[in-house]
Design a protein around this ligand. Structure first.
Ligand code: AMP
Ligand code: GLY
Length: 426
């Protein structure tokens, strides 16, 4: 099979490496991919949002199957256009991708169908939002409605901070048009869990759980980022909690989307908070998480091509989706200054031999005259697996210490809180 993967980050690299393990795959194209992915796939210079060019390419190459990985093309309707052109796809249609594309849609869906989430109000009028905040409890969370590169969320500790956030989102439009509507919601507390799932609209199969580390610096300090590292499984996500989530969140969400005429097929990502009142949905994503995928897919033992085909064709119930009992850890190496300003263009050196069970997933990199250069905020992720989390963490950091580029920075504590939770249980 000729497979085309849309996107060019660490998540896409992890998807491609897993797809390559399938005996069914003969060719993989990455649009646009990146200089590191070029080892594993043919990279084609077509942007992930250039849907007409993507469709044209797929037809010309007679691609058998397409995987649309990032949020933007999904929300823009890439799957609909590819399917219309006769290219089968993994990923939700545009009318289902709205579950991530509009936070207002997602919140209203949860309210209508009784799916546990933070209490909230929606505002399109700035003055009303400011007035509401005069009496709202703090901390309070302000979210721009649309996609904002994972940055559209402000956690305000004081009313004044909250009002300033509302002004900068709705008046100064710091997140662009995605800020013309906002959600103001209750601040929740508890461990966060990411659960990615495969769903064909009838069956939902959760993948192994994971834990992201969203803040830029150790001890969860600094700005929110796209994610600085992950571990899987998430020790807070016990079997009992998984059962509760299936009953109260996962199945109700799939059913709600069906009832709305928006059947979701693809990877549905549940961002959960385990509060003292039970698990609640913080966010839905219509796609694999980044860098969650870099720890989840290495632990998948079944054939990803089979699973993706079954997801599209409504045959998930009959398909094996098996994860190993091991653990994985991914440490992101970023450019100093990320998620704000950073320099790029520095040469990356990687050791010829990595520790066992360790992989590098390239993200913000490019090839230039045979040299691999930094080309983004999150440059690469080093993911390792093992029977035990502590060893996986050790392997990932051993490899990180052997990878060099100017201005490299990474968190030193990825997995520390997960280890603490495991040791407390023991
Ligand atoms: P998101 O961009 O929706 O993933 O939000 C970014 C991060 O903000 C989440 O991972 C949470 O850590 C935090 N967050 C979002 N909503 C809430 C909430 N209602 N209460 C507490 N933290 C939140
Ligand atoms: N790591 C969080 C996300 O992919 O949105």
């Amino acid at each position: 099979m000729k497979i085309m993967v849309i996107g060019g980050g660490g998540r896409e690299h992890a998807i491609i490496k897993k797809l390559k393990q399938s005996t069914k795959v003969t060719d993989i194209f990455a649009l646009p991919g990146n200089g590191g992915i070029a080892h594993d796939a043919v990279c084609v210079e077509i942007g992930a949002k250039d849907i007409p060019a993507i469709v044209e390419f797929a037809k010309n190459k007679a691609v058998d199957f397409a995987v649309v990985a990032p949020d933007d093309p999904l929300v823009l309707g890439a799957v609909d256009e590819l399917e219309k052109a006769g290219i089968p796809c993994f990923g939700p249609s545009k009318n289902a991708a709205i579950i991530e594309g509009s936070k207002v849609f997602a919140k209203n869906l949860m309210k209508k169908y009784g799916i546990p989430t933070a209490a909230y109000e929606v505002f399109t009028d700035m003055d009303k939002a400011l007035k509401y905040l005069e009496t709202a409890a703090v901390p309070v969370v302000i979210k721009a409605d649309g996609l904002a590169l994972g940055k559209g969320v402000v956690i305000a500790r004081t009313r004044e901070d909250a009002q300033n956030a509302v002004r900068s989102i709705m008046h100064d439009k710091i997140f662009g048009e995605s800020g013309s509507q906002i959600v103001i919601e209750e601040f929740l507390e508890g461990p966060e869990v990411s659960v990615l799932s495969f769903t064909d609209g009838k069956t939902v199969v959760p993948m192994i759980s994971s834990m992201d580390h969203k803040r830029a610096f150790d001890n969860d300090e600094g700005l929110n980022t796209g994610g600085m590292g992950t571990v899987a499984p998430n020790p807070y996500y016990t079997d009992d909690i998984a059962k509760e989530c299936m009953e109260k969140i996962f199945l109700p969400t799939i059913n709600a989307m069906n009832a709305e005429g928006r059947t979701f097929k693809g990877c549905l990502y549940f961002g959960l908070m385990l509060t003292k009142d039970g698990p609640k949905v913080i966010e839905y994503n219509c796609r694999f998480g980044d860098p969650e995928t870099q720890v989840v897919l290495p632990l998948l033992e079944s054939d990803l091509v089979d699973i993706m085909l079954a997801t599209r064709d409504g045959a998930l119930a009959k398909t094996e989706v098996k994860f190993s009992d091991g653990s994985a850890c991914c440490v992101i190496m970023a450019s100093e200054g990320y998620p704000e300003k950073y320099e790029k263009g520095f040469e990356i050196t990687v050791p010829s031999q990595l520790p066992e069970e360790t992989e590098i997933y390239f993200a913000g990199v490019k090839l230039d005259s045979g040299k691999l250069l930094t080309n983004g905020g999150r440059v690469l992720g080093v993911a390792a697996k093992s029977d035990c989390l502590e060893t996986a963490i050790g392997r990932a950091y051993a490899a990180v210490r052997q990878i060099h580029f100017k201005n490299a920075f990474y968190r030193k504590d990825i997995g520390r809180s997960a280890l603490k939770a495991i040791n407390k249980e023991a």
